[in-house]
Design a protein around this ligand. Structure first.
Ligand code: CAA
Length: 261
């Protein structure tokens, strides 16, 4: 297994069916420097390739999920370097893995930290979590989806308010605005996320991936295109062993034995 400097990776749950990635750069409140993001990418690709793993949980510490892109690294960056190097582009690995990724957020999820949580499929929050897009305070704007995913999650007025003021919102606000699924005591968020991951892992990984792809298309396609895509994927499930096994198990009043095929 690779050794990491800025993250910790474990497998939890029954048979190690949930991958856990812990951001671990406490000296900078998990600011997302390039080496840290490279490690996250490697860990995600490893867990994606691990056939035992059905879901991935991403978390930070109780103080900070992540306080954003690394401001010390950005301080002297110039446009040409950002443009030519497509700065922040490789963060999107989080949004292209097929397995469901659950963010378990405690403490600060700011700037790139909030954006990284929003790249995940489900967000659970600790009751002291704070979400914000403070880039405006630094004279820049969100650069990893903040103006886009936040707006889709909570609507224009609230997103504008957050992005234009830089103010943080509480976990309770994030919950009532639909940014997070549920709020928990801080010391229970990761366990809740792992429980959720285990539940998802019991299903066919193949069908879970198809389902995730279809939900994500709700953000990409018009309703009629999205419905068409969904219908075709639904039809596709009828070419799988797991669809046949799932329905047969129901009729035979037993648990299905999925083979991810
Ligand atoms: N980048 C680099 N270092 C950071 C950091 C960041 N985003 N956030 C915190 N740190 C560092 C601090 O510099 C400090 O380091 P030193 O001890 O070496 O000075 C250490 O982490 C602890 O931070 P604080 O002393 O500031 O802790 P606090 O408890 O007083 O405040 C905080 C916590 C409110 C989160 C504050 O640290 C803060 O405002 N951080 C910056 C948040 C921010 O602006 N994020 C957006 C970044 S831009 C971005 O993300 C662009 C994008 O869209 C991708």
């Amino acid at each position: 297994a690779p050794t990491y400097e800025h993250i910790m990776v474990e497998k939890r749950g029954e048979g190690g069916n949930v991958g856990l990635i812990v951001l671990n750069r406490p000296s900078a409140l998990n600011a997302l420097c390039d080496p840290l993001m490279k490690e996250v990418k490697q860990a995600l690709l490893d867990l994606e390739a691990d056939s035992c793993v059905g879901a991935i949980v991403l978390t930070g510490s109780e103080k900070a999920f992540a306080a954003g892109a690394d401001i010390k690294d950005m301080q002297n960056k110039q446009f040409v370097e950002c443009y030519n190097g497509n700065f922040l582009n490789d963060w999107n690995v989080l949004s292209i893995v097929k397995k469901p990724v659950i963010a378990a957020v405690n403490g600060y999820a700011l700037g790139g930290g909030c954006e990284m949580a929003m790249m995940c499929d489900i967000i659970l929050a600790g009751d002291k979590a704070k979400f914000g897009q403070p880039e405006i305070v630094l004279g820049t704007i969100p650069g990893a989806g903040g103006t886009q995913r936040l707006t889709k999650a909570i609507g224009k007025s609230r997103s504008m308010q957050m992005c234009l003021t830089g103010d943080m919102i509480t976990a309770q606000q994030a919950s009532s605005w639909g940014l997070v699924s549920s709020v928990h005591p801080p010391d229970q968020v990761v366990d809740e996320a792992i429980k959720l991951g285990q539940k998802i892992s019991q299903h066919s990984k193949l069908i879970v991936a198809m389902c995730k792809e279809s939900v994500n298309n709700a953000y990409e396609l018009s309703l009629s295109e999205g419905l068409h895509f969904e219908k075709r994927l639904f039809h596709c499930t009828f070419s799988t062993n797991d669809r046949s096994e799932g329905m047969t198990a129901f009729i035979e009043k037993r648990k299905p034995n999925f083979t991810d095929s």
